[in-house]
Design a protein around this ligand. Structure first.
Ligand SMILES: [Zn+2]
Length: 381
């Protein structure tokens, strides 16, 4: 837990919240003596995409974050990691060992246009994680060219996952990992085994912080996905998915867990003898399920239909004036029996009024919920 003390007391997080754009990251790069700009790519809308280089070791790692513009948690975590490298603390020896054994090529924001617009896709509405094979976009070309130039030993594909992901044990999947497949049979190749071992190291460390909230992502193969494509090319690739932690919609706790995972992966936390890590441990990580909604209001009586239902409400993330607003929208009525709510409420068999009316529908924004019989408000968020 030494690393936790370092994280919480030594350095302050310079970038917070869900809206993270290139301009937030650039000054931090300039002020970091461990970081050099290796090269600069250009986005579809002409924004510069800095590719950073850290360390001078023989083991080459290539990492990219925010390939999906609205997935900023891992970007905050890599910024934390860079800050951590740059400060003087009790980990000097371990950091030096990392800097001497690895060369890390890092793209903190691969999709700066999407980051600015807070969209998954890039400026041409292309999902870059479905463009790995055809590489029609500047951002995809930059990543692929770098992959070809660097010939990495290891790749880190850094993402956020939605709040709908949880585990069988009814806990949210706060962090999920995947060693992507290299073929449709999901063969456990030597490349995948290496990736699985790296994930096992991170899983062991994260278990101390979130023992029941770590998941394993679905490994069905898609050559258009970057992780699958790079794994198929023989390079162990790790998919990180930063997810929901209790009451942490800004993902400030999750960023901390991703930071711990990075510290562990690069041997700064625990230094592993490779023989002591068994790839089979990877399969002990429980699989992700789509079994959560943001809010579930149970036991709602529908007078017209004379039946009792649950109402599932999911937040839509909307960018206004440089801030992300979480807008509650009805996602399902009566289709959520297998799901858990990050917030669970009950109407106790009563008729409710949503936005003052009884005929609420899927897709409706929720402003207020009241009991019909006594007019009392149900505070739902
Ligand atoms: Zn993503």
């Amino acid at each position: 837990m030494k690393i936790k003390a370092a994280y919480q007391s030594y350095f302050s997080a310079p970038v917070k919240g869900r809206y993270v754009v290139l301009e937030d990251v650039l000054p931090l790069i300039k002020n970091n003596s461990e970081v050099v700009v290796h090269k600069t790519g250009i986005s579809e809308k002409g924004k510069e995409i800095p590719v950073l280089k850290i360390g001078k070791g023989s083991k080459k790692a290539l990492a990219w974050s925010q390939m999906h513009g609205n997935e900023s948690t891992t970007t905050k975590a890599v910024i934390d990691f860079l800050q951590f490298l740059n400060q003087k603390d009790v980990f000097q020896k371990e950091k030096k060992r990392f800097l001497n054994s690895y060369t890390l090529y890092l793209i903190p924001i691969l999709n700066p246009d999407g980051a600015e617009a807070y969209t998954r896709e890039n400026a041409n509405n292309i999902d870059l994680n479905r463009d790995a094979h055809n590489r029609t976009q500047q951002e995809s070309k930059l990543l692929y060219d770098l992959f070809t130039e660097v010939k990495p030993d290891l790749c880190l594909n850094l993402h956020d996952q939605r709040t709908i992901y949880g585990l069988e044990n009814k806990q949210p999947a706060t962090v999920s990992f995947l060693a992507p497949s290299a073929d449709t049979n999901r063969t456990v190749t030597a490349t995948r085994k290496t990736a699985m071992k790296e994930i096992v190291k991170m899983h062991r460390a994260l278990k101390e912080h979130i023992p029941c909230q770590i998941g394993r992502y679905d490994d069905s193969f898609n050559i258009n996905c970057v992780g699958d494509s790079f794994t198929a090319a023989g390079v162990p690739t790790l998919l990180f998915e930063a997810g929901h932690y209790q009451n942490d919609y800004q993902r400030e706790k999750t960023r901390e867990f991703i930071f711990y995972a990075l510290v562990e992966l690069f041997g700064i936390g625990t230094f592993y003898n490779e023989q002591s890590v068994d790839y089979l441990e990877y399969f002990n990580i429980p699989e992700n399920k789509k079994n959560f909604r943001d809010i579930i209001l149970r036991d709602v009586y529908l007078e017209k239909e004379q039946r009792t239902v649950s109402v599932a409400i999911q937040y839509q993330e909307i960018l206004t004036n440089g801030k992300i607003h979480f807008i509650p929208v009805i996602e399902a009525i009566d289709e959520v029996t297998d799901c858990n709510g990050h917030k669970e409420l009950s109407a106790n068999g009563n008729v409710i009024l949503v936005n003052s009316h009884e005929n609420f529908r899927k897709g409706e924004k929720v402003l207020t919920i009241h009991y019909k019989n006594n007019g009392k408000e149900i505070i739902f968020q």
